[in-house]
Design a protein around this ligand. Structure first.
Ligand SMILES: Nc1ncnc2c1ncn2[C@@H]1O[C@H](COP(=O)(O)OP(=O)(O)OP(=O)(O)O)[C@@H](O)[C@H]1O
Ligand SMILES: O=C(O)[C@@H](O)C(=O)CO
Length: 425
């Protein structure tokens, strides 16, 4: 295997978002869970997206795991490695975007790193270094209420400067519109001024093409699926990769029962759960009960077993920002988050034991806990359900023949669960 592109994603939904984007841009792509074991039979691919659950862990651990993935990817031919972060730059002043970027760029010998979370297809744009979610700045969007990484500053030059040892600069839109050479010249100018990373503006899809072409001149870049799209286009248009379609049998039916789990508390997910209540049984979990002990998950599994033979069900811990804050005040943010993630993993394990083979999970951290518990080593990419969310087919020993969808909290329309079930047969 000689990879044309290596990617390290800081959560599992973000990894599947990127794998979806690369696949649709013509790259044969596989998503792995962690650095693959030697016995994982990978198909011939152009790109590998190594999923880590590293977005909200201690920074030094995120750095160590990311460097392991970087070594594995470069050992299989990847000349360029994209560190895939959230399009809403989910992080705190303690990291982990800055520390991981510093480590990967230092290992690669890159004097300056191109950074952009822009992904116009999902209405994430960057202008003068400020991140917009739709029409509002990041700090006025629902991301200000994120349970783990509330975002209170839209200016990414400031945000990254608080996390990184490098000086952070800006490549503005007026430069980007003049193409990859102009971007490259500006990056060189900034590097000459001692700048070690630059937030790069992107508002339109065409900006991603220029940015991707410029990024390939370096060995590391940082961003979301938007820069991934730009990198893929540059690889195909530069003749480095022949464009391909979906992996063989990635979308073949598996049959079996279906279920949905929601741990995301995003505004989009809450809307999707409300719609799901019009088409399937939905159980709203007692989050405090999940933290208290196993009784709540036992109750939920019994509820599910009574119903899943008749059709899909949805089980949600999701709650409004006020409810989340109240629970976190009682139990602590990280402790509450971890306990609920593990409870959702317990539920997933129980649902698989009850015959579920088609599983939809809403939330990045929630997906990480579920996939780790199910010990799935990797995924092939199937059809796209919504922007940034593909059907995934489990691969690897012990995975069993399963279809999953790992939905980023903010992605998908109100009918997402129905749309996903319609594609996961
Ligand atoms: N009722 C609740 N109260 C407090 N925390 C909750 C509740 N339900 C879920 N959580 C926690 O909130 C966090 C949700 O994070 P997760 O990454 O799963 O979703 P997300 O951030 O919306 O998705 P993404 O990362 O893909 O954008 C998890 O730690 C989860 O355990
Ligand atoms: O880029 C995004 O917004 C998503 O892929 C994500 O990272 C969700 O956790």
């Amino acid at each position: 295997m000689t990879l044309k592109l290596g990617c390290i994603a800081d959560d599992y939904t973000g990894a599947s978002d990127l794998a979806n984007t690369l696949t649709r841009a013509g790259l044969r792509t596989v998503q792995t869970i962690g650095v693959p074991a030697a016995d994982l039979a990978l198909p011939e691919v152009d790109a590998v997206v190594v999923s880590l659950k590293s977005r909200s862990i201690e920074a030094s651990l995120a750095v160590a795991r990311s460097r392991e993935a970087d070594t594995w990817l470069r050992g299989r031919g990847a000349r360029h490695v994209l560190f895939k972060i959230c399009s809403t730059f989910d992080s705190t002043d303690d990291g982990n975007i800055g520390p991981v970027m510093d480590a990967l760029a230092g290992d690669a010998g890159d004097g300056i790193v191109l950074v952009t979370p822009a992904f116009p297809e999902t209405r994430r744009t960057v202008y003068q270094g400020n991140l917009f979610v739709g029409a509002v700045p990041l700090n006025e969007s629902p991301l200000k209420d994120h349970p783990l990484n509330p975002m209170h500053d839209a200016n990414l030059v400031r945000v990254l400067a608080r996390q990184s040892q490098r000086k952070i600069g800006l490549v503005d839109l007026a430069t980007v519109v003049h193409g990859p050479e102009a971007i490259g010249h500006r990056l060189a100018e900034l590097a000459g001024q001692g700048i070690g990373a630059a937030i790069v503006d992107a508002v339109f899809d065409a900006d991603l093409t220029a940015i991707g072409a410029a990024a390939l001149n370096n060995r590391v870049s940082v961003g979301a699926s938007g820069i991934g799209l730009g990198l893929a286009r540059a690889l195909v248009e530069g003749g480095h990769v022949q464009s391909h379609g979906l992996a063989h049998h990635a979308d073949a039916p598996v049959g079996g029962l279906a279920a949905c789990l929601a741990g995301s508390c995003s505004q989009a997910t809450l809307q999707q759960i409300a719609h799901a209540e019009t088409i399937m049984p939905v159980l709203h979990l007692d989050a405090a009960g999940l933290i208290a002990g196993p009784d709540e998950t036992r109750r939920a599994l019994a509820w599910a077993r009574e119903r899943i033979g008749k059709g899909p069900v949805l089980i949600a811990s999701s709650a409004t920002p006020d409810q989340v804050s109240a629970l976190q005040a009682r139990h602590g943010r990280d402790a509450a988050g971890h306990a609920i993630e593990q409870a959702m993993a317990d539920l997933a394990e129980g649902l698989i034991g009850a015959g579920v083979r088609r599983l939809i999970v809403a939330g990045g951290e929630t997906s990480g806990a579920v996939v780790d518990r199910l010990k799935i080593p990797g995924f092939l990419v199937g059809p796209e359900i919504a922007a940034g969310v593909p059907v995934l087919r489990a691969i690897g020993a012990g995975a069993g023949d399963m279809l999953l969808a790992l939905k980023s909290g903010n992605f998908g329309g109100p009918q997402f669960f129905a749309d996903a079930l319609g594609l996961m047969r």
